[in-house]
Design a protein around this ligand. Sequence first.
Ligand code: S3P
Length: 446
Amino acid sequence: MTSSTAKPLAANRAPPLLGRIRIPGDKSISHRALIFGALATGTTRVRGLLEAEDVINTGRAVAALGASVEKRGDVWEIKGRGPGGLRQCAEPLDFGNSGTGARLMMGVIAGHPMTVEMTGDPSLSRRPMRRVLAPLMQMGLDVVETGKETLPLTLRGTNELVPIIYPLPVPSAQVKSAVLLAGLHAAGETTVIEHEATRDHTERMLRHFGADVRIVDKDGTRHITIRGDAELSGRDIDVPSDPSSAAFLAAAALIVPGSDLTIEGVLINPTRTGLYLTLQEMGGNVTFLNERDAGGEPVADIRIRASKLKGVDVPAERAPSMIDEYPVLAAIAAFAHGPTRMDGLAELKVKESDRLAATATGLAANGIKARVSGDTLIVEGEGRVPGGGLVATHLDHRIAMSFLTAGLASEKPIVVDDTEMIATSFPEFRGLLENLGVKFEEPRAQ
Ligand code: S3P
């Protein structure tokens, strides 16, 4: 499935990628900055906010619910209404392509006595919402369309949420965050128990805004407890560069011969860096330089030099720390020597598309041997990629960017059927690569 205004694009072999670049802000942190800013009392100033469609939709949603969201110069200024202070809006809230925006806002709406209709694009409307609705309904949220579990949905929140103790049935930062956001509005303590650590930006940012969050590691699980009815105060936030977007540039620099690229100020929170560790294990010349702290999150400049890569086994436990990076890892693995086995990929099937299937099909279309067995993807790296294939992107930005990246070093160009969705997370993708000397072509309509 493609959008009605599909924009196909072909990626050609690239010259060496050289120099230093900066890429836009982290998507997960940007969503949270807008949401926490809207729930805080006073003003939150955000520098480096990712200005991509997904995040803009979250900004529109919190503005429709009564927060003030304005850009002044380079800074986004959010004037919040305090926890529980948002107000009902008349129009449906449209979250476009964004699971993060929709699911986190479900946690917020749960804690307000209001009825809100939520919608999304065809990709988001297929994604499972039960994982978030189930715990929120235990706390007191009401879903008007009884039994329905996909968008569009009308949710009725309450100012009488009850706290819960919730072991996460799936390793999902979105579910964890939705429950913690609801817990912020419940009387008493709400605890989420994680069996596998997922990205922890919500916990970090809640603390930054002054909430009482306790994290205890117990018998290999992590218990995150938030005290409800808390006050949040507006804060300044500097959003570091997105490691999931940097992944495409890093991948390109590894596979395009002669490259030596440094990506500045990238978030290196350990709950996000599984890909970079894997690339190092593959023999990739990837180094973190100038490691520092930026507003409660660790960042570094990442230097990547073109490298001869070997296939590796990527353990299932690593999946939460690189869940969005498997499509691009699969593309890199095709250029490596030997098989790369990626285990524990069940969650990939419920992203913006079924990424496991879309990745395997895209690889096959470009002459790469790959197979899916249950939740495992195995890519047979032969040190070269024939290319020449057309990739179906299924409204999925990361499928589009992963295969365009592979096309920078494949023997024949790789064409993706649509690039529209890239604007949801990384609108600068094409321009940044073109500035580095990459040539894309828009194939003529058939
Ligand atoms: C995100 C969590 C992940 C990730 C998504 C962003 C977040 O989703 O895939 O791109 O910001 O919390 P899940 O929580 O569904 O794993």
